[in-house]
Every structure is written in structure tokens, then in C-alpha cells.
Write a protein that binds this ligand. Sequence first.
Ligand code: SF4
Length: 333
Amino acid sequence: MTDVRNDWTREEIAAIYNSPVLDLIYRAATVHRQHHDPQEVQVCTLLSVKTGGCPEDCAYCPQAARYHTNVKVHKLMEVDEVLSAAYRAKESGSTRFCMGAAWREVRDNRDFDKVLEMVKGVNQMGMEVCCTLGMLTESQAEKLKNAGLYAYNHNLDTSEEYYGDIISTRTYDDRLDTLGHVRQAGISVCSGGIIGMGESHQDRIGMLYTLSNLPEHPESVPVNALVPVEGTPLEEQPRVSVWEMVRMIATARIIMPKAMVRLSAGRVRMNVEEQALCFLAGANSIFAGDKLLTTPNPEEDMDRQLFQTLNIRPRKAFKDAEQPAVVFEQIPL
Ligand code: SF4
């Protein structure tokens, strides 16, 4: 059994990342089998509960107000609407429901109170509930925890060195502070990044270095391939190859053996064989639904076929939790 280490050096990570790809996959698959059931893949649904109009300038994001994209601004959804969507996601096999809001940070206002209601409602349905709402203070993280939040997503996106080329409206330290608040509140941490934004291999290694040297590894590490969107500064970026995704996934799997490694944005462009390669390299979580916030994602039917073809099954909710945050009751909708 491989040890869980928080003292990886950049050189060690680079040596893994740069190893011959079939060796890398073999090693990652071995680590994966020591810590996870390889037949199981977690299925998460992501819903954008507040879309567009964001004051930040993330170069990849069509929701930033300053870029001219096709994204239509939508104020925070009503609690009932969100709970109906969560119910449908559960019916179609999702065990984790993530709600995303295009905010710079959470403010202590009525919108946040509504989000807390959404969290409570989804939790009561027996799903793992996750949010991605921007920066959080300690007390906001605690409120979310008390409402039943299971996980919080806050991506590092890239290396500390390259961060300023992608986002200028906040710092890497702001990111790490929020991750610290989430961890302190006892919420499961979901944090990863995006490849294909013009970063170097060293930057990819740098991001994995930061994640794997956090005092505790994130429970979930999304690996995204950029989906270039017209109107954003990264609209002309070329597509990353599946081998680059495989290298990232396999390296993340080896250095953070217990984490769920999530094959996220960019999956829509992969065929079954490419997705299978990512699962072999240690990915064990995907997003379901036809939209990933605002970018396309494979449709449900295709995912059902994918699971059948590969003979894999969706992972049950709360598998790693000692006990769920509340006793479940079915909410009539
Ligand atoms: S990634 Fe998030 S914070 Fe950045 S512009 Fe998009 S919605 Fe705003």
C-alpha cells in the first residue's frame, strides 16, 4: 500500500509526470486499486444557480462580466427550482449535487441565506451537497457546514507562478486562505485546475505540488481541459491532447492516492476509449448533465452507455463520511 505523503518535492512530481506514459498509467492504476474500487465512478451533477455577471477576470471564464460571450446573466435561482433540479439529478443516478454561483466572494446577505436553504434541502435528499461560490470567510464556511454542506469547490486553476497571467483580480494566497477556512470548518475540500491555458509543464507540476503539499490533500481533485469559449482571452487556445489529461490524472492519482480524481471539463470531446484511458489512469469521478456551468458536457444517455460498455457503476453517496450531516428525509417536491 502506498503511503499518503504531504512532502512531495517538485523534482519527484516532475519525475512521475515525465515518466513513459504507459509506465505512468500502470503505476497510477496500481495505486488506484490499492485505495479505491476501480469499478466505481462517482457521478456528480453541477448546476449554475447564479450565472454570469461576475466581477472577476479569470481568462478562461465566459461568466466574467468584462468579456463579451454568449452567456446570459441570471440572478440567483429560487430555492424550489434548485431543489427540483437536485431531485431530478438524484433520480438519474447522481450522488453529489454541486451548486455554482458566479460570485467573487460570498456576502452575508439574503442571497447567501437562500444558498443555505438550498444546501439544507439537497442534504435532506440524501445527496452529498457541494458548492462553489468564490471566496469564503471562516464564519461563512461554518454556516455552510451547519446547513449540511459536504464539500466546497475552490480550484487553484494553475501554478502560483502562472496565476497572475490568468487572473489579476485576486491572488493565489486568497485562494489558499479560502481552502484553509473550508478545511477548518470540517468541510471536504475539492480543488484542482485547468490545463490548456498556455501554461508550461512546470506550471502543471507546480499546481500538483501545491495541492499535494497542503496539510491534508483535497478529498477531490478536478482535472479540467480548457474548453475555449469565444469572447474570452483564451478563445484561441489549441485543444489539449488526451495524453496530457492522462499525465495529469495519473500524476494526481499517484501523489494524492486517496483523493477522488475528477475528469471534468473537456470530457465532451473525448470518446469512450479516451475516457476509459482516464479511468485507467486513476480518474474516478465525473460530472453528469448536459452542461458544466455554461460549457457543454456529454448527455445522460451517452454516460449510461459509457458505464455499460466499461462495466463500471456509480459510487454511493457518503461512502467516506463517518456519518451524514443530518438524518435524511425525503422531501416531497
Ligand atoms: S471562474 Fe468564477 S470567479 Fe472567475 S470569472 Fe468565472 S465565475 Fe467569476
